[in-house]
Design a protein around this ligand. Structure first.
Ligand code: FEO
Length: 164
Protein backbone atom coordinates (compact mmCIF):
# COMPACT_ATOMS: atom_id res chain seq x y z
CA UNK A 1 0.00 0.00 0.00
CA UNK A 2 1.27 3.41 -0.91
CA UNK A 3 1.38 6.27 1.59
CA UNK A 4 -1.02 9.19 1.25
CA UNK A 5 1.92 11.53 0.69
CA UNK A 6 3.42 9.47 -2.12
CA UNK A 7 0.01 8.83 -3.65
CA UNK A 8 -0.53 12.59 -3.92
CA UNK A 9 2.96 13.13 -5.34
CA UNK A 10 2.44 10.40 -7.96
CA UNK A 11 -1.00 11.79 -8.87
CA UNK A 12 0.52 15.25 -9.24
CA UNK A 13 3.14 13.81 -11.54
CA UNK A 14 0.54 11.95 -13.58
CA UNK A 15 -0.93 15.40 -14.17
CA UNK A 16 2.51 16.72 -15.23
CA UNK A 17 2.83 13.96 -17.82
CA UNK A 18 -0.69 14.68 -19.10
CA UNK A 19 0.26 18.34 -19.38
CA UNK A 20 3.38 17.29 -21.32
CA UNK A 21 1.06 15.47 -23.74
CA UNK A 22 -1.10 18.57 -24.02
CA UNK A 23 1.85 20.94 -24.44
CA UNK A 24 3.48 18.88 -27.20
CA UNK A 25 0.17 18.48 -28.99
CA UNK A 26 -0.15 22.26 -28.90
CA UNK A 27 3.40 22.59 -30.25
CA UNK A 28 2.50 20.14 -33.02
CA UNK A 29 -0.51 22.26 -33.97
CA UNK A 30 1.70 25.38 -34.01
CA UNK A 31 4.30 23.63 -36.21
CA UNK A 32 1.52 22.74 -38.66
CA UNK A 33 0.79 26.47 -39.00
CA UNK A 34 4.48 27.02 -39.80
CA UNK A 35 4.27 24.46 -42.62
CA UNK A 36 6.75 22.25 -40.76
CA UNK A 37 4.85 19.01 -41.28
CA UNK A 38 7.75 16.79 -40.27
CA UNK A 39 8.36 18.66 -37.03
CA UNK A 40 4.62 18.57 -36.35
CA UNK A 41 4.68 14.77 -36.82
CA UNK A 42 7.72 14.49 -34.51
CA UNK A 43 5.99 16.53 -31.82
CA UNK A 44 2.74 14.58 -32.16
CA UNK A 45 4.68 11.35 -31.65
CA UNK A 46 6.31 12.96 -28.61
CA UNK A 47 2.88 13.86 -27.27
CA UNK A 48 1.75 10.25 -27.64
CA UNK A 49 4.81 9.09 -25.70
CA UNK A 50 3.85 11.46 -22.90
CA UNK A 51 0.37 9.96 -22.75
CA UNK A 52 2.14 6.61 -22.37
CA UNK A 53 4.16 8.00 -19.46
CA UNK A 54 0.98 9.23 -17.77
CA UNK A 55 -0.56 5.77 -18.18
CA UNK A 56 2.45 4.17 -16.45
CA UNK A 57 1.74 6.36 -13.39
CA UNK A 58 -1.98 5.56 -13.61
CA UNK A 59 -1.29 1.82 -13.60
CA UNK A 60 1.37 1.97 -10.92
CA UNK A 61 -0.86 3.90 -8.49
CA UNK A 62 -3.56 1.24 -8.94
CA UNK A 63 -1.06 -1.62 -8.67
CA UNK A 64 -0.05 -0.24 -5.27
CA UNK A 65 -3.62 -0.12 -4.04
CA UNK A 66 -3.78 3.65 -4.43
CA UNK A 67 -6.43 5.95 -5.85
CA UNK A 68 -5.96 7.89 -9.06
CA UNK A 69 -7.28 11.45 -8.84
CA UNK A 70 -7.10 13.37 -12.10
CA UNK A 71 -6.55 17.13 -11.85
CA UNK A 72 -7.33 19.95 -14.26
CA UNK A 73 -4.79 20.66 -17.00
CA UNK A 74 -3.53 24.22 -17.49
CA UNK A 75 -4.05 25.66 -20.95
CA UNK A 76 -0.80 25.20 -22.88
CA UNK A 77 0.75 28.01 -24.88
CA UNK A 78 -0.38 28.07 -28.48
CA UNK A 79 2.21 30.29 -30.16
CA UNK A 80 5.98 30.40 -30.19
CA UNK A 81 8.32 32.88 -31.85
CA UNK A 82 9.64 30.21 -34.24
CA UNK A 83 9.86 26.41 -34.63
CA UNK A 84 13.26 26.66 -32.92
CA UNK A 85 11.68 28.49 -29.98
CA UNK A 86 9.08 25.71 -29.67
CA UNK A 87 11.79 23.03 -29.51
CA UNK A 88 13.76 25.11 -27.01
CA UNK A 89 10.61 25.36 -24.87
CA UNK A 90 10.22 21.57 -25.14
CA UNK A 91 13.76 21.09 -23.81
CA UNK A 92 13.12 23.54 -20.96
CA UNK A 93 9.97 21.58 -20.13
CA UNK A 94 11.87 18.28 -20.12
CA UNK A 95 14.43 19.75 -17.73
CA UNK A 96 11.54 20.73 -15.46
CA UNK A 97 10.19 17.16 -15.64
CA UNK A 98 13.64 15.77 -14.84
CA UNK A 99 13.68 17.87 -11.68
CA UNK A 100 10.21 16.65 -10.73
CA UNK A 101 11.23 13.02 -11.21
CA UNK A 102 14.29 13.66 -9.05
CA UNK A 103 12.05 15.06 -6.29
CA UNK A 104 9.81 11.98 -6.53
CA UNK A 105 12.83 9.68 -6.20
CA UNK A 106 13.88 11.63 -3.09
CA UNK A 107 10.36 11.30 -1.65
CA UNK A 108 10.29 7.53 -2.31
CA UNK A 109 13.71 7.14 -0.69
CA UNK A 110 12.66 9.20 2.34
CA UNK A 111 9.82 6.72 2.95
CA UNK A 112 11.91 3.65 2.13
CA UNK A 113 9.27 2.84 -0.50
CA UNK A 114 11.38 0.46 -2.58
CA UNK A 115 8.65 -0.33 -5.11
CA UNK A 116 8.09 3.32 -5.97
CA UNK A 117 11.83 3.89 -6.05
CA UNK A 118 12.24 0.99 -8.51
CA UNK A 119 9.29 2.18 -10.64
CA UNK A 120 10.83 5.63 -10.95
CA UNK A 121 14.17 4.34 -12.23
CA UNK A 122 12.64 3.85 -15.71
CA UNK A 123 11.74 7.56 -15.69
CA UNK A 124 15.18 8.61 -14.46
CA UNK A 125 16.67 6.89 -17.52
CA UNK A 126 13.91 8.13 -19.83
CA UNK A 127 14.62 11.74 -18.83
CA UNK A 128 18.28 11.33 -19.81
CA UNK A 129 17.09 10.14 -23.22
CA UNK A 130 14.46 12.89 -23.57
CA UNK A 131 17.01 15.66 -23.03
CA UNK A 132 19.68 13.91 -25.14
CA UNK A 133 17.20 13.63 -28.05
CA UNK A 134 16.16 17.28 -28.02
CA UNK A 135 19.58 18.86 -27.59
CA UNK A 136 21.04 17.83 -31.01
CA UNK A 137 17.77 18.70 -32.78
CA UNK A 138 18.01 22.21 -31.35
CA UNK A 139 21.66 22.52 -32.38
CA UNK A 140 20.76 21.38 -35.91
CA UNK A 141 17.87 23.85 -36.04
CA UNK A 142 20.20 26.64 -34.94
CA UNK A 143 22.56 25.67 -37.78
CA UNK A 144 19.74 25.85 -40.34
CA UNK A 145 18.54 29.34 -39.42
CA UNK A 146 20.22 30.90 -42.48
CA UNK A 147 19.20 28.18 -44.94
CA UNK A 148 15.55 27.42 -45.72
CA UNK A 149 16.66 24.40 -47.73
CA UNK A 150 18.51 22.91 -44.75
CA UNK A 151 15.51 23.62 -42.51
CA UNK A 152 13.16 21.77 -44.90
CA UNK A 153 15.60 18.86 -45.08
CA UNK A 154 15.65 18.66 -41.27
CA UNK A 155 11.85 18.89 -41.28
CA UNK A 156 11.66 15.86 -43.60
CA UNK A 157 14.10 13.91 -41.42
CA UNK A 158 12.14 14.65 -38.23
CA UNK A 159 8.92 13.63 -39.97
CA UNK A 160 10.16 10.05 -40.15
CA UNK A 161 9.64 9.65 -36.39
CA UNK A 162 6.77 7.34 -35.57
CA UNK A 163 6.60 6.12 -39.16
CA UNK A 164 9.64 3.80 -39.33
FE1 FEO B 1 7.37 12.16 -19.87
FE2 FEO B 1 9.07 13.79 -21.76
O1 FEO B 1 8.70 13.32 -20.01
Amino acid sequence: MISTTLQKALNDHLNEEMFSFYLYLSMSAYLETQNMKGMAQWMRTQAEEEYGHAKKFYEFIHDRGGRVILGALPQPEAEWASPLAAFEAALAHERHITQRIGALVDAARAENDHATFAFLQWFVNEQVEEEATLEPIIRQMQDTQTSKGALYYLDRQLGKRGKE
